[in-house]
Design a binder for this molecule. Structure first.
Ligand code: FAD
Ligand code: SF4
Length: 478
């Protein structure tokens, strides 16, 4: 009976939830995909071939039990589907929205490999958990037994919050410190609402709070409280501070007025989306309205900047990237969305200088070609002499990637070892740093990465911290 509802990939074509028209979605910061209707979710889940070796599961960093929750969805057993899905993923509706599925689960779906189009795993995962929220199946943690030991977590992004959730479930006392005024890290202030609406992030933080997690916000560790003071207050500490130092350009007028950092630009836009009063937006500095905008970079951050500029009413938006479309790090799906919304990609192009009289007025664009592969196997861009031209721009957004801040120096911590890239050294799987009782997860260990990896790290670290505090061996998270 069960199998009758599955294996429909030959007769049922792949369908994503309906995407709002480019015209409509360019005028607001709401998500661009609508929700599946129940029938459609069941139909799409039923396309899964239930193959013996589920490569989707292997390539999901959380090893989600995807075939099982697809089958339960196809059978209309949504509460059970939700229970299975949330047992391995702390934030399934968030991953369903923003994981680059084409590189993870869906990119490895067997029916995709056989030319039938992948099962829309992310959209079904989102549907299951959104339905769970609507039906009241998502409830705050109520640990069976409270424990006295406390853990201080620095950083309320997905890594810190995933660890907090697991630790509270085990009954530990958890306090999260964050320098921002709202929890969520880049989920709140990096990723724009058109990919992930803010109430989705806030309701998760509230759920943790309702389950007993204490938040200390507007608290910059290293300034408002020392790292040593946090260590003194807690039995174990988890560092989950992400990476925020912007890679910069070494060219003329790189700091001219009108040349801004992506993180500042996106944070301001997200605050405006919350209804906050943002002076740097109000005075026009971080507002693209009416301007010719040039974004530099080819990753997810650049994609979010170009699409934010469109929604703010920019006159034109161009994205300069020094390699070509096939070699960009950002998701192809996001490039397509951006193009539909009116963004122009200028491939094989890099900035040579900015001309500015007070504020920027043009970008000198240097044309590139792809040369021989470098040690990583990627073709290096090479300059084409004499092909430069000037691109007019009133706002230039630098989205060249992020590096870790020098935490041992900033926090005055002796013995906290870092790698040669400045990321914190932490053991594989336990995530313990060079200081006993101090753990680290997410981007501050991996370098700029993905939400789903931060969640996995946080869940694993919680297990290791519990072992450390109780001396009890427990079953690993996966
Ligand atoms: C613009 C943008 C778009 C992205 N889009 C995607 C996407 O679509 N899909 C995806 O999977 N990933 C995406 N990412 C990557 C993803 O957001 C990160 O990999 C993930 O958020 C890392 O989680 P984290 O918990 O390690 O750190 P963060 O989310 O960065 O959270 C760190 C937290 O620590 C706090 N903090 C830092 N220093 C201190 C201090 N000294 N004291 C107190 N608090 C401190 C910060 O305020 C922050 O709240 C994107 C990143 C950016 C920048
Ligand atoms: S968490 Fe991400 S990679 Fe894993 S199943 Fe969900 S969308 Fe796919």
């Amino acid at each position: 009976m069960a199998t009758q509802k599955m294996l429909k990939f030959v007769s049922t074509p792949r369908e994503m939830p309906e995407k709002r028209s480019a015209q409509e979605r360019s005028e607001d910061f709401n998500e661009i995909y609508r929700e599946f209707a129940e029938q459609k979710a069941a139909e799409q889940a039923g396309r899964c071939s239930q193959c013996g070796v589920p490569y989707c599961q292997t390539h999901c960093p959380l090893h989600n039990n995807i075939p099982d929750w697809l089958r339960l969805t196809a059978e209309g057993r949504l509460e059970e589907a939700y229970r299975v899905s949330q047992s391995t993923n702390t934030f399934p509706e968030i991953c369903g929205r923003i994981c680059p599925q084409d590189r993870l689960c869906e990119g490895n779906c067997v029916i995709e490999q056989s030319g039938h189009g992948t099962v829309t795993i992310g959209a079904v995962e989102k549907y299951i958990t959104d339905t769970a929220w609507e039906n009241g199946w998502v409830q705050p943690t109520a640990p069976k037994q409270e424990r006295a030991e406390s853990i201080g977590i620095i950083g309320a992004g997905p890594g810190g919050q995933a660890a907090a959730d697991s630790l509270r479930r085990m009954g530990f006392q958890v306090t999260i410190y964050d320098r921002y005024d709202r929890p969520g890290g880049l989920l709140t202030y990096g990723i724009p609402g058109f990919k992930l609406e803010k109430d989705i992030v806030m309701r998760r933080s509230k759920l943790l709070e309702d389950g007993g997690v204490e938040y200390v916000l507007n608290c910059n560790v290293g300034e408002d409280i020392s790292f040593d003071a946090i260590r003194g207050k807690h039995d174990a500490v988890l560092i989950a501070t992400g990476v925020y130092k912007t890679r910069d350009l070494d060219i003329d007028n790189a700091d001219a007025g009108g040349v801004v950092r992506a993180i500042d630009y996106l944070t301001a836009s997200n605050k405006v989306d919350f209804g906050d009063d943002v002076p740097d937006f109000n005075d026009g500095e971080l507002n693209a309205k009416g301007k010719r905008v040039v974004v530099i970079g080819g990753g997810d951050t650049a994609m979010d900047c170009v699409r934010t500029a469109i929604r703010q009413g920019a006159q034109s938006v161009k994205c300069l990237y020094r390699r070509d479309r096939a070699n960009m790090p950002g998701s192809q799906r996001e490039v397509q969305n951006a193009e539909e919304e009116g963004v122009e990609f200028v491939w094989l192009s890099a900035p040579g200088a900015f001309a500015a009289q007070g504020t920027v007025d043009t970008v000198r664009v240097r044309k590139m070609r792809l040369g021989a592969p470098d040690v990583s196997g990627r073709q290096s861009p090479e300059l084409i002499e004499g092909a430069d031209y000037d691109e007019p721009a009133e706002l230039v957004i630098k989205a060249l990637g992020f590096e870790p801040e020098d935490l041992p120096r900033l926090w005055g911590v002796e013995g906290l070892e870092v790698t040669r890239w400045g990321t914190i050294k932490a053991e594989f799987q336990t995530h313990q740093t060079s200081i006993p009782g101090v753990y680290a997860v997410g981007d501050i260990v991996r370098g700029a990465s993905l939400v789903v990896w931060a969640i996995r790290d946080g869940r694993e670290a919680a297990e290791a911290i519990a072992d450390f505090l109780t001396g009890e061996a427990r079953v690993a998270a996966e």
